[in-house]
Design a protein around this ligand. Structure first.
Ligand SMILES: Nc1ncnc2c1ncn2[C@@H]1O[C@H](COP(=O)(O)OP(=O)(O)OP(=O)(O)O)[C@@H](O)[C@H]1O
Ligand SMILES: [Mg+2]
Length: 405
């Protein structure tokens, strides 16, 4: 029988503008990309599937191209999940141990996690992740693994991510009908963070902001764990739309102008830079300047960044993000975005490509798919290790600290 570790680890990022498949294989313990495809996404609106048939077709095309390149057939994938239906909150679980104190067992840890999981959810919501932030034994906080420690009371602080049952189910159904199994579903900004954020940044405090086509999603890290996550219903396609409306041009032309001449910070725009474009219905090419384009783009870019600022503020992490902001997603490539974000957030901002593989995968727009395989690889390795050592509960904590169980 094929060992689980030898199976290719595959990430599938079903974005609102593109569907990426990344197939990796394990070479001497190191993950190597062997197949990759990016195809235009169809059937999604606002990060949610609205046309199952079209989405399945696009997934199949993306997977087939990556399989052809890799020369292997895949059967299960780690899938990203996003969309404004995502909600997150922090919670806790606690159990009494004994008076006087006693050693904490695996069963206690399982029990306290189950306790944290017992939150009241509306019937149309389900838990996507429960991520342990820390354990507390009696009054001692900040414990990663409380096994064998002595106490009278055990507590765990967790970050819980929930999704709409139907939206998550549609993604799983689309993957199944494409002929694949779902190894796991992962919140997209958590996957992206896996690819581009260092342990030091996680410890010191930072924000991963993924500016996609239809959505902007974020995850806040502090003391090594996720503290807040969210998905906002505005993305870089809104900038394209604003150009189409503002300059009376069609969407593909607006998209070209955005990428070639767009700068979201008017003060950075070249005063004398002018260019031609085809206006909708106009017979002759029109002319405008980069400054005019910036005046269209800046308010929308500010709206996106203000959303992010409010999320950070409302989560209470304004002063705890010393390592700053890491931008991913295709929208992060927009000229002026890092500068505008620095101005408005008053935090250092950098672009997040992943140095995990070679430069072909080092694009902010590929962070989610690279993160999905990084997550999947770690997950498989820890499963294999703990299966060997027979320690189910260690596995549970391992998954918890990093992401899921
Ligand atoms: N060089 C560029 N300059 C400006 N914008 C860009 C550039 N490259 C890509 N974009 C924009 O990035 C967006 C797509 O980003 P990305 O591929 O991360 O989205 P997605 O994952 O498909 O969407 P979502 O995460 O919202 O589901 C598009 O709006 C596109 O116009
Ligand atoms: Mg995306």
């Amino acid at each position: 029988m094929e060992r689980r570790r030898d199976k290719p680890v595959v990430g599938l990022d079903i974005g609102s503008t593109k569907i990426c498949t990344l197939i990796t294989s394990d070479k001497d313990g190191e993950l190597q990309p062997v197949g990759f495809a990016k195809v235009g996404s169809k059937g999604l609106r606002m990060g949610a599937i609205v046309d199952l048939k079209e989405t399945i077709k696009a997934i199949q095309q993306s997977v087939a191209e990556a399989e052809l390149m890799a020369g292997v057939e895949i059967d299960d994938v780690f899938v990203g999940l996003g969309g404004p239906h995502i909600r997150s909150f922090n919670s806790e679980g606690a159990i009494p141990l004994a008076t006087p104190s006693r050693e904490i067992t695996r069963e206690d840890i399982r029990h306290v996690i189950e306790n944290a999981r017992a939150v009241a959810l509306a019937p149309d919501r389900e838990i996507l992740h429960i991520i342990a932030q820390e354990f507390v034994v009696d009054d001692q906080p900040g414990i990663d693994d409380p096994l064998d420690m002595v106490g009278t009371r055990l507590k765990v602080n967790v970050h819980i991510v929930t999704s709409a049952v139907t939206a998550a189910q549609n993604v799983v159904t689309a993957v199944h009908r494409s002929g694949l199994e779902v190894a796991d579903t992962v919140l997209e900004p958590i996957a992206a963070a896996e690819a581009v954020i260092s342990d030091d940044e996680r410890e010191l405090g930072c924000v991963l902001v993924d500016i996609g086509g239809a959505t902007t999603s974020l995850a806040i890290y502090h003391h090594g764990a996720v503290r807040h996550s969210g998905v906002l219903p505005v993305g870089s396609d809104h900038l394209t739309n604003d150009i189409a409306v503002g300059l009376h041009t069609r969407i593909p032309e607006a998209e070209r102008l955005k990428r070639e001449f767009g700068c979201v910070k008017a003060a950075m725009a070249g005063d004398g830079v002018t260019f031609e474009f085809s206006g909708a219905g106009a017979r002759r090419p029109q002319e405008t300047s980069q400054r005019v384009l910036s005046e269209i783009l800046q308010p929308r870019a500010e709206e996106i960044i203000h959303f992010v600022r409010d999320e950070i503020r409302n989560a209470g992490y304004e002063r705890q993000c010393g390592a700053g902001v890491v931008l991913t997603g295709g929208g992060a490539l927009q000229t002026g975005i890092p500068e505008l974000a620095e101005d408005l957030l008053r935090l250092p901002v950098r672009l997040g490509g992943s140095a995990r593989f070679d430069e072909r995968y080092d694009e902010p727009g590929f962070a989610t798919v690279v993160g999905l395989v990084a997550y999947g690889d770690r997950r498989r390795k820890s499963d294999a290790f703990h299966e060997q050592s027979g320690s189910a509960i260690k596995r549970m904590i391992g998954r918890l600290r990093s992401a899921v169980f």
